[in-house]
Write a protein that binds this ligand. Structure first.
Ligand code: SF4
Length: 91
């Protein structure tokens, strides 16, 4: 979210990516907490950066390395064998 805001000179909180916090209650007073990157309508896929051969800002700066960018074919190949992946196509 921060990389996106800075890349596009948007104010804090305005971004093409939001990180959603999802809490699942489990038995025995336990819980499972997940953080899921979720694209918003503001995402322009960093068209300017990609045109220059760079990765989108969120992909480049994601410290968990949990976001990839590419063609559907490339991403589908990358997803094979990985658990809990999501493919997002803005077009
Ligand atoms: S691809 Fe670019 S515009 Fe889209 S969320 Fe990532 S940094 Fe923001």
């Amino acid at each position: 979210m921060i990389a996106c805001s800075q890349e596009h000179n948007w104010p804090a909180g305005m971004a093409g990516m939001k990180v959603m916090e999802v809490m699942q209650d489990l038995p025995k007073d336990k819980a499972y907490l997940s953080y899921i990157p979720f694209p918003t309508e503001l995402c322009v896929l960093c068209a300017g950066r990609v045109k220059k051969g760079l990765q989108p800002a969120c992909v480049q700066h994601c410290m968990a390395n949990c976001i990839s960018h590419g063609t559907i074919e490339e991403l589908a190949k990358e997803m094979k064998g990985k658990k809990r992946t999501v493919l997002w196509n803005p077009n």
